[in-house]
Design a protein around this ligand. Structure first.
Ligand code: HMH
Length: 221
């Protein structure tokens, strides 16, 4: 309950799990300037693979919004997100070449494969629009929250990583995440009990996969 909608209720209820995903040691090390650059490069290569998989996931959400949404502006928000991915993939290529990371030879690690398989499972037409828009919001919100921490006053983020942090930590991306949150809240408000339960599970799954994803940067697997 409360004025913040279901998402805020879940953020309160699961705040420790959420903090685990948004204040991961990799992010904290970027913010305090002690980041191990080989960890950053591992993250960069793996995230390029992830973002490529994110395109069909978003396409499936666009299709569900077109079929099921009661509000035409949902499609505009999702289409804006898809359009941004085009630029994002180009940015990854540019950034990888700047760091000497060869994207063409990178294989997805286990945690990345698991996360991508989860995205693929959400593409199914059996998975309700409300559930996928909740998962989509969570995926974007974790990056927005994480990288904006690295841009706060007093952070010691290395100059060469500021552009990366701005990609997800900028105000425009924050506004986009709030739009997704509003869509999710509006859908969750009218959702039957089983869809609510599945949406909360999807949210928690995203948080778990995000932690696994950050952990890959340690390069232990
Ligand atoms: C793993 N989660 C991961 N990668 C991303 N690029 C985002 C979220 C945000 O789009």
């Amino acid at each position: 309950g409360g004025g913040g909608g279901m998402i805020q209720t879940w953020l309160n209820k699961h705040r420790l799990v959420y903090a685990g995903a948004t204040r991961h040691p990799l992010i904290l090390s970027i913010r305090d300037g002690t980041v191990d650059l080989s960890s950053f490069k591992r993250w960069l290569g793996q995230d390029y693979i992830f973002v490529r998989e994110f395109v069909p996931f978003l396409a499936s959400i666009l299709l569900k919004a077109w079929r099921e949404s009661d509000d035409g502006s949902d499609m505009e928000v999702i289409l804006g997100g898809m359009a941004a991915l085009n630029d994002e993939l180009l940015w990854f290529k540019k950034e990888a070449s700047k760091w000497g990371v060869q994207l063409s030879i990178i294989a997805p690690q286990k945690a990345n494969q698991d996360y991508c398989r989860f995205l693929e499972s959400m593409i199914s037409s059996e998975v309700e629009y409300t559930v996928v828009i909740t998962a989509f919001w969570a995926i974007e919100a974790v990056y927005q929250e994480s990288f904006s921490i690295c841009l706060e006053d007093g952070s010691k983020t290395p100059a060469e990583l500021v552009e990366t942090c701005q990609r997800w930590g900028n105000d425009g991306f924050g506004e986009y995440c709030r739009s997704l949150q509003r869509i999710a809240n509006r859908r969750l408000e009218k959702a039957p009990e089983d869809v609510l339960r599945k949406s909360e599970e999807a949210f928690l799954h995203v948080l778990e996969y995000e932690v696994g994803f950050w952990n890959m940067s340690r390069g232990e697997t």
